[in-house]
Design a protein around this ligand. Structure first.
Ligand SMILES: [Zn+2]
Ligand SMILES: [Zn+2]
Length: 214
C-alpha cells in the first residue's frame, strides 16, 4: 500500500507530500512549495529513492522549491497542465504578491494532460485535469490506496480560491463534481492546505457543494 507522508512547508502551511512505494522504496514528491532543507531531510530520513517531482498547479507556495530540489536530487519536475504556464512565467511577480523571497522564473520539464498515468515502483497515479482554482490544475489519484492528492481544488469544508487571474468558480465546482465526487466515498482527500478529509464527507457536508449556497 502506498505510503503518504505529508509535510507542511512555507508560511502558507502548504502540504507537500512524499509518496513512497513500500515494495521498492521508489518515491515521488508532490508540490515542494518551499523550505527545501526540510524536504531534503524528509526524503533522506525515509530512506527512499526519489524519482521525480510532481506539481499540481503553478502557484508559488506549491512550486517554490521545485527547481532547487530537482537539481539537488537530479530528477525531473513534471506537471501541471500547460494552461498554468503563465503562472510559471510570473513566478517573480508571485514572490512579490505572496511576500516570498525573490525567485527566478522556471518551467517544468514536461506538462501533464488529463488521463496521463505516472508510474513509480509498483504504484500508479492517474492524472485528472481540474481547472477552476487555476486553469492548469491537476490532481493525482492512487486507486490502490483509495487516495487523491487535490492541491487547492478541494479542502475540508471549503474549495479553492477563484479570485486570482483566470480563476473560475463555476468551472472549479464542475471539476469537483465531475472529477472528484465521482470517486467512491471512502477515498481519502489530501488537500494542499489543512487537514485531510474524504470524498464522502465533502459530498455530504461541503457548503460550497451540498447545494446550501445554490
Ligand atoms: Zn493555489
Ligand atoms: Zn496553495
Amino acid at each position: 500500500m502506498l505510503k503518504i507522508n505529508i509535510q507542511p512547508v512555507t508560511a502558507f502551511a502548504q502540504n507537500s507530500s512524499l509518496l513512497i512505494c513500500p515494495v521498492t522504496q521508489q518515491a515521488v514528491l508532490v508540490d515542494p512549495g518551499g523550505d527545501p532543507q526540510i524536504l531534503i531531510d524528509l526524503v533522506d530520513k525515509n530512506d527512499c529513492n526519489l524519482e521525480r517531482i510532481l506539481l499540481t498547479h503553478g502557484h508559488l507556495d506549491h512550486v517554490g522549491a521545485a527547481k532547487v530540489l530537482a537539481e539537488h536530487f537530479g530528477v525531473t519536475m513534471i506537471g501541471p497542465h500547460i494552461d498554468d504556464k503563465f503562472w510559471f512565467d510570473a513566478l517573480p511577480q508571485q514572490a512579490q504578491m505572496f511576500g516570498f523571497s525573490p525567485i527566478e522564473a522556471f518551467l517544468p520539464d514536461a506538462w501533464l494532460a488529463h488521463g496521463d498515468e505516472i508510474l513509480f515502483g509498483e504504484q500508479q497515479l492517474a492524472v485528472r485535469h481540474c481547472p477552476g482554482h487555476t486553469p492548469g490544475h491537476v490532481v493525482f489519484i492512487n486507486h490502490a490506496s483509495q487516495s487523491v492528492i487535490v492541491g487547492d481544488v478541494l479542502f475540508k469544508g471549503s474549495i479553492g480560491r477563484t479570485d486570482f487571474p483566470k480563476g473560475d468558480q463555476a468551472q472549479l465546482i464542475d471539476s469537483i463534481k465531475t472529477q472528484l465526487f465521482t470517486l467512491p466515498g471512502e477515498f481519502i482527500v489530501y488537500p494542499g492546505h489543512g487537514p485531510s478529509t474524504t470524498i464522502g464527507e465533502e459530498r455530504q457536508t461541503n457548503p460550497y457543494l451540498s447545494g446550501r449556497f445554490g
